[in-house]
Design a protein around this ligand. Sequence first.
Ligand code: MG
Ligand code: ZN
Length: 194
Amino acid sequence: MTLRPAVFIDRDGTLTEEVGYVNHPSRLQLLPRAGEAICRLNAANVAAVVVTNQGGIARGYFTEDVLQAVNESLYAQLARAGARLDGLYVCLHHPTEGEAPYRARCDCRKPKPGLLLRAAGDLGLDLAQCTMVGDKVSDLVAARAVGAGAVLVLTGYGRGEWEYRRERFDVQPDHVATDLLDAVDWVLARRVAA
Ligand SMILES: [Mg+2]
Ligand SMILES: [Zn+2]
């Protein structure tokens, strides 16, 4: 089987508005141009895979049923934009909050790379041809851990992270993009050039 390229996409602050804990589907809102970004990945046959920490489950702020409803809203909003995801991977854990099984030192809470590795196995991805796009340094660290490219977006926490904290980053981004669409265009342009 030929391994596929992918773009791993953080959810809150990268694909959707950063609003704190999304404990109701009504709080989930695609960022401007985010649907178009996923459409371009679909058209280029590059897998679009969301990888998101949802520690609010371990903290007891919302249940997996609520997360399911939020996911359905995400799929519906993307479908309205003519876009679809190839995968959606969620870490439900927190290392110190809540109760088992959600209270856990898991291998999947970013900056750990478990979600990316699971997606690569499930979807047949070539991690060397993958890029992670996110608004926090934890997204960049997860990317670097698996040999994927790392792009920071300036939406969500990204602008503050980049302007005020970049000298403390453990991993520097390969590119800084204004938003997800800009990030996707950078990834796709490099594929054409390669
Ligand atoms: Mg984020
Ligand atoms: Zn986890």
